[in-house]
Design a binder for this molecule. Structure first.
Ligand code: APR
Length: 318
């Protein structure tokens, strides 16, 4: 099998290291670069991952690199076609994603500037929270075309919703299709009208109030994990989602996935990063793909866009 290209994962915490591992195990890249500011951490994790290659049977090489405050070490990401930004603080119990904004904005801005310098042609996938704002900030700070900077949230929220529905109905997750749009937060917009089980409408299979309960659990899906873990936030499902997005870009696959993308007229909404479905390819977002929504879902999406817009307007000052 032909392996090609380089993907860089910035931040070797739980999210970043599991993302790097998944990307390496796909065995489609030449190199996965993993960086962090903690001396030796990315090198140690890379060494460990490379030693799993004979067992798992992949050849992709993982390169760990400690980076310094003045951007030392960033030359290792040169030539990356994709950069995934995972660096930043995760939530603690009781915190909202917005509580992280100032600290994580400083981190994301500094990383974005180094990405511009060393990987100017990369597609950037942001996962650091608060997601919608950090995606907008990364685009501003890199100066990259908006189609080349996107965020991971909708795939994760959708996966959580799908898992809950499959468990509730005791069916295979593969038979369930769900969709969430909007923001990665309080104004997440689950779209029950687009949800199916083996092609049958979810709304015919489950009472509306039960769907609503699963929607609420999905909206609070991250907080539920944080409350149980007590230190740190979710990373298995999040890293699966981010890695799949990177794969769609690497393979120029045209997969239509729920992502945080720049919206320019779709759904009658413009000028904001928002959770929508989009076709992904080598250039990042090829196009935003609109889904038929009920009047209520459309209104909720418009409301989410306005809430996110207000917060995104502030990110340039962070
Ligand atoms: N450059 C590179 N790495 C950095 C930087 C920086 N400027 N600042 C912090 N880091 C690293 C930390 O050293 C740590 O290893 O980011 C990593 C964060 O890891 P964790 O604390 O394990 O957090 P994680 O669970 O990986 O979440 C990362 O993703 O889901 C979001 O809310 C979550 O914003 C958080 C991010």
């Amino acid at each position: 099998m032909a392996r090609s290209g380089k993907v860089a994962v910035i931040g070797a915490g739980f999210y970043g290291s599991t993302t790097a591992q998944r990307l390496a195990e796909y065995d489609i890249f030449d190199t996965v670069v993993l960086t962090d500011i903690v001396e030796g951490k990315p090198e140690g994790l890379a060494l460990d991952m490379n030693q799993s290659r004979p067992v798992e049977g992949f050849e992709t090489r993982v390169v760990g690199q400690t980076t310094g405050e003045q951007g030392e070490g960033y030359e290792t990401i040169a030539g990356s076609g994709i950069v995934i930004i995972t660096a930043g603080l995760p939530r603690k119990p009781g915190m909202s994603r917005m509580d992280l904004i100032e600290t994580n904005a400083t981190i994301v801005r500094q990383i974005a500037e180094n990405v511009t310098r060393h990987a100017p042609d990369a597609v950037v996938i942001v996962v650091t929270n608060p997601l919608d704002e950090m995606t907008a900030l990364a685009q501003l700070a890199t100066g990259f075309p908006r189609t080349r900077v996107l965020g991971q949230a909708g795939m994760l929220d959708t996966a959580r919703f799908t898992n809950f529905v499959a468990e509730e109905l005791a069916v295979a997750v593969a038979s369930v299709r769900t969709l969430t749009l909007g923001s990665h937060g309080d104004t997440m917009v689950p779209v029950p009208s687009a949800c199916t089980v083996d092609g049958n409408a979810l709304t015919d299979l489950m009472p509306a109030d039960r769907i609503e309960e699963l929607v609420t659990r999905t909206r609070n899906g991250g907080a539920e994990v944080v409350a149980l873990l007590k230190t740190g936030s979710a990373y298995y499902a999040p890293s699966a989602a981010a890695a799949r997005m990177a794969r769609a870009v690497a393979e120029d696959s045209g997969a239509v996935l729920p992502v945080c993308a720049w919206v320019d007229g779709e759904y009658g909404i413009s000028g904001v990063y928002l959770g929508v479905t989009a076709e992904l390819g080598a250039s990042g977002v090829r196009k935003v793909v609109e889904t038929d929504l009920t009047a209520g879902e459309k209104a909720a999406l418009t409301e989410a866009a306005e809430a996110v817009r207000a917060k995104q307007a502030d990110v340039q000052n962070l």
